[in-house]
Design a protein around this ligand. Structure first.
Ligand code: ATP
Length: 574
């Protein structure tokens, strides 16, 4: 599996899906640039989301709000104080990680703890640090890259949150055994149990909207109060910077909430209705991992759906089902997508219930989208802090909504018998990560086909045609000029329909050209050959079956257009 994933990453680099950002300068950790094909794939995923959530519905409008967000907005939403992850440092390897994503301790067959260093020299240096500082006199052995810590007992933490402990075997058996607290996780890369306590870490990127360099303000505050304690200085510096503090938004949602009243007024709408927003969000992640899976800068496709409080559970179930179906629509292997309901201690500070859509990546299940019932938390917070009028006047008696078949969350809504005059809407949010979606669909579509003759397998990206970067590749049989006029006519007819079409007139044999397009997921290759010059027909080759059919060139755009719309037509008829 690891080899297959490496082949996919190699394909992404080689064929222009994904590049390391600023590679010629050595790259920037966690930053990626999307190449000519990557940008198309990403755009096509976005477009599918947009069609299903904006164009195919009567009840959703869109917004595009600012990335720079004032301190006051994110203070009110709770992000300044609570948008944190827990952070742990490993005192042996100096790695930082999130304990909620870290694995449990693993032991060898004798119950001892193996630690794997990246190389022999590092293993020796780490063994020295264990002996001298972290666990003096504990029995350890070093063999190549592997250090083994001898233990006599390991007590697991209990479910009530009581810590466990590791009891080490000492070199001198008469010596009192050394004990180490065990919180139920270890440093993910090496299995090291030498960890600091966990502490909260705010994930937001802070910056300053001020013509005066904020560093000058920091220096001045420090000079003005030379005798203050570190914590007093910190407070003064925060105060001095607060007026100009802004954040790069950590989610697109807050821009939607603060504009709620404007949208209701200008679009003359009322719940149930949604506001869709697509754009970049930023999080100073403790650990960047798995390429574009977790990056500091990423794109979200978010829908905030506003409903009456007594309709919230209904719509949570509705969107939970709807969003999962959207993911399955584009999948070759639907069994690799699943829904996972959050436990109550896992939920974000604003959510009352939440379900993740997860994909089975090569390293295991990973979240691609969260569907959350945010209650009236956000709108109420902004009302409290600004006095904004986010209330809706109810004019009609509420009715019971049809049950959503898929169960996601407890009881049905309680429809009030007495009509409330006004209410603050509740919000059901779906928040999909575009970059994670791209990675999931690439993994899902990546197939390696053996020819049975001992040659290396060839790659085929069986992307849903709607997502494929290039829809059609037109291939004149040879480079002779006589093929040009018809080639151009077919290309133009497809381009006029908005289909991304390329002309492949390299000298490669036609079979090789087909394979090059299979590798990047092009669903249809259209060949202009000698027969085409006689009767104006061309062949359309299907990527997944290899079947070819001959049609008049004037029909190509219709055949391709119809196939492309097959999945969409089902959606529109549902
Ligand atoms: P995780 O637990 O993986 O950190 P999260 O629960 O914090 O994710 P949400 O706040 O629910 O994520 O964000 C919604 C979606 O945005 C996620 O499902 C994911 O697809 C995407 N996302 C969040 N953080 C990142 C990131 N650092 N890089 C890429 N995509 C991200």
């Amino acid at each position: 599996m690891a080899q297959k994933f490496r082949s996919l990453l190699d394909l992404c680099r080689r064929r222009g899906f994904l590049y390391q950002s600023a590679e010629i300068y050595g790259g920037l950790r966690g930053a990626y640039d999307y190449g000519p094909l990557g940008v198309e794939l990403k755009k096509n995923i976005l477009n599918s989301w947009w069609r299903h959530h904006v164009y195919y519905r009567d009840d959703v409008v869109a917004l595009d709000t600012s990335i720079l967000t004032p301190h006051s907005v994110l203070k009110a939403s709770g992000h300044v104080d609570e948008f944190t992850d827990l952070l742990v440092d490993c005192t042996l390897t100096k790695e930082r990680f999130r304990p909620d994503k870290a694995p449990a301790l693993s032991t060898d067959k004798n119950g001892h703890i193996p630690i794997t260093a990246p190389d022999k020299d590092t293993a020796l240096a780490w063994a020295k640090s264990i002996k001298e500082q972290l666990a003096p006199n504990v029995k350890i052995t070093v063999e190549g890259k592997r250090i083994v810590l001898y233990t006599t007992n390991i007590c697991q933490p209990d479910k009530k949150g009581e810590n466990g402990k590791i009891i080490f075997e000492m070199m001198d058996q008469h010596q009192k055994p050394l004990e180490l607290l065990y919180h139920g996780y270890v440093e993910p890369n090496t299995n090291s149990p030498f960890l600091t306590d966990s502490r909260p870490f705010n994930l937001m990127f802070k910056t300053f909207l001020d013509p005066i360099d904020p560093i000058d303000r920091v220096i001045q505050t420090t000079i003005d109060h030379p005798n203050d304690s570190k914590s007093d200085i910190r407070e003064r510096v925060d105060d001095a910077l607060k007026p100009s503090t802004v954040y790069l938004r950590p989610e697109t949602a807050q821009g939607v909430f603060v504009n709620f009243e404007q949208v209701v007024r200008t679009m003359k709408t009322k719940p149930p209705f949604g506001i869709a927003q697509v754009g970049k969000s930023f999080r100073n992640e403790i650990r960047l991992e798995h390429g574009i899976f977790r990056t500091p800068e990423f794109e979200q496709l978010e829908l905030e759906y506003f409903v009456a409080p007594w309709e919230a559970k209904h719509y949570f179930k509705y969107w939970r089902k709807e969003r999962y179906n959207w993911w399955l629509k584009h999948a070759c292997h639907p069994e690799n997508f699943r829904q996972r309901d959050h436990a109550s201690d896992e939920m974000a500070h604003y959510a009352t219930c939440c379900t993740d859509v997860e994909y089975l990546y090569p390293w295991g299940w990973g979240e691609v989208e969260g569907v959350a019932h945010r209650g009236d938390y956000d709108l109420t917070q902004h009302i409290k802090n600004t006095g904004a009028n986010f209330e809706i006047a109810e004019e009609t008696q509420p009715v019971s909504l049809d049950p959503v078949q898929e169960s996601g969350e407890g009881d049905a809504d309680l429809v009030p018998t007495q009509l409330p005059a006004r209410y603050v809407p509740h919000v059901v949010e779906s928040s999909c990560g575009l970059n994670r979606a791209m990675l999931a669909y690439l993994c899902d579509a990546f197939h390696q086909v053996e020819d049975g003759k001992g040659k290396p397998p060839r790659n085929v990206l069986k992307l849903d045609p709607r997502l494929a970067p290039i829809k059609c590749a037109i291939m004149p049989l040879t480079g002779k000029p006589e093929f040009n006029p018809l080639t151009q006519k077919v290309a133009k007819s497809l381009r006029r329909k908005g289909l991304f079409t390329v002309v492949e007139s390299q000298k490669l044999k036609i079979g090789k050209r087909y394979y090059r397009h299979d590798e990047i997921g092009t669903p249809w290759c259209i060949t202009v050959d000698y027969q085409s010059l006689e009767d104006e027909t061309v062949t359309i080759r299907d990527r997944d079956t290899g079947n070819q059919e001959r049609v008049h060139w004037k029909k190509v755009h219709q055949v391709v257009g119809d196939r492309l719309m097959e999945g969409e037509a089902d959606d529109l008829l549902e």
